[in-house]
Design a protein around this ligand. Structure first.
Ligand code: SAH
Length: 221
């Protein structure tokens, strides 16, 4: 882990400020989300060889055929799932680099993050430790089962796209909870779906078209 948490040059505070201005122009309005993106060093979540691109609004490779999500999508999903409140318990499926996890950890009381590829999750854990974000628990598992022992959750955020929403995730939403999840409509196109759990069932609304990595079953050591 590089010691330069604040960054210099292409990874500096000025680069983060530029990214936040861009997100605002694209319609991200939640001030808390914008301020946390402004202060979170995304360059620590990607390989050093790519760190000069950390504050471009783009997904980047993180190994194992996976990507760190585009900042706009991280902001959009976080804003949709938190909806102005501070949820107590949040479940994240697809830890990946841990960047989204770090954003959630600063906005919720407890984060539970599940990843199927162990080496990715191990790196993410180290990064969160360096940033002293200690309110996150990790599990190496197929996130299609959720994390039943820790639920129900006030919010669920899924960063990989299944063909249909796993029933287990729907069941682990508390009444009043929100979930954001990309759902595949074709091989390369998905709907980013916001699900609300009410007393009587689940309501769904499509936020926009997105492109995520596929939701794969089983886990990899
Ligand atoms: N928010 C992360 C996104 C990483 S990409 C970031 O910005 O870094 C999506 C992640 O979901 C990948 O790490 C992939 O391994 C993971 N994933 C895919 N299917 C999964 C499943 N069934 N259970 C848990 N994780 C899964």
């Amino acid at each position: 882990m590089r010691p330069d948490i604040n960054g210099i040059g292409m990874t500096s505070q000025r680069a983060r400020d530029r990214l936040v201005r861009r997100l605002e122009e694209q319609g991200i309005a939640d001030r808390r989300v914008l301020e946390i993106i402004r202060s979170t060093p995304r360059h620590l979540f990607i390989d050093e060889a790519l760190s000069h691109r950390a504050y471009e609004d783009t997904a980047l490779p993180i190994g194992h055929n996976q990507t760190i999500s585009q900042p706009y999508i991280v902001a959009l999903m976080t804003q949709a799932v938190l909806a102005g409140g501070k949820p107590k318990k949040v479940l994240e499926i697809g830890t990946g680099s841990g960047y989204q996890t770090a954003i959630l950890a600063q906005m919720c009381e407890e984060v539970y993050s599940v990843e199927r590829i162990r080496p990715l999750q191990d790196l993410a854990k180290q990064r969160l430790r360096v940033l002293k974000l200690n309110n996150v628990q990790f599990k190496h598992s197929d996130g299609g089962f959720g994390w039943p022992e820790k639920g129900p959750f006030d919010a669920i955020l899924c960063a990989a796209a299944p063909a249909i929403i796993p029933q287990e995730l729907l069941e682990q939403m508390a009444v009043g909870a929100r979930m954001v999840i990309p759902v595949a409509v074709r091989d390369d196109v998905q709907d980013l779906v916001l699900v609300l759990r009410t007393e009587s069932g689940w309501q769904q609304q499509v936020l926009e078209k997105v492109r995520f990595v596929p939701f794969l079953r089983g886990s990899v050591s």
